[in-house]
Design a protein around this ligand. Structure first.
Ligand SMILES: CC(C)(COP(=O)(O)OP(=O)(O)OC[C@H]1O[C@@H](n2cnc3c(N)ncnc32)[C@H](O)[C@@H]1OP(=O)(O)O)[C@@H](O)C(=O)NCCC(=O)NCCS
Length: 144
């Protein structure tokens, strides 16, 4: 069974392990830790059988929410857990009067781009050379 809960300091090593395995220039443990106490952010972990297998960080301002991070450990991808995290983001944003969710994603990150499109996000802008010499898509979704 899985559950989703607010991230605690004791979860950070596991989150950092996933973050470092998925992103060559991922966030540091200090950056992650700051999001636990950032009042505009929600930082949650997905726990399966006692193990952290995914997480998300969102940051909301007025009626807009940015997805800073959404990640599922490599061995658990393509099993629906990313979508489960996204559903939890919708639940959180429903409590915040958020109308629009957006994010930036490297255009070469096909997995994530497909994932967002499958979940109703659309590309609205290309930011040239956002990640060094890689460009990024800005993607958004309007919610109720
Ligand atoms: C993006 C991510 C969170 C999706 O998580 P997930 O648990 O695999 O997602 P789900 O199982 O709920 O959804 C699967 C869908 O995602 C997309 N997807 C996932 N893995 C994919 C792959 N290897 N190739 C192509 N599309 C893929 C597809 O649209 C897939 O739908 P399909 O099975 O019908 O083809 C996950 O791939 C991940 O953690 N990636 C690394 C971190 C990252 O890049 N985060 C986003 C940064 S903006």
């Amino acid at each position: 069974m899985y559950n989703i809960k607010n991230t605690e300091i004791s979860d950070l090593n596991a989150v950092f392990g996933i973050e470092s395995s998925l992103f060559s220039q991922g966030w540091s443990i200090n950056q992650l830790q700051d999001e636990i106490t950032n009042s505009g952010s929600v930082f949650k972990v997905l726990i399966l059988n006692g193990i952290v297998i995914g997480y998300y960080i969102i940051n909301a301002a007025i009626d807009t929410c940015e997805i800073y991070k959404i990640a599922v450990a490599d061995d658990y991808q393509k099993c629906g857990y990313g979508s489960i995290l996204l559903e939890d983001i919708y639940r959180e944003t429903a409590n915040m009067s958020v109308a629009r969710i957006y994010l930036e994603v490297a255009e070469t990150n096909i997995k994530a781009v497909n994932f967002y499109i499958k979940n109703g996000f659309r590309k609205i802008h290309v930011r040239k050379n956002y990640y060094g010499n890689e460009s990024a898509y800005i993607m958004e979704k309007y919610i109720q």
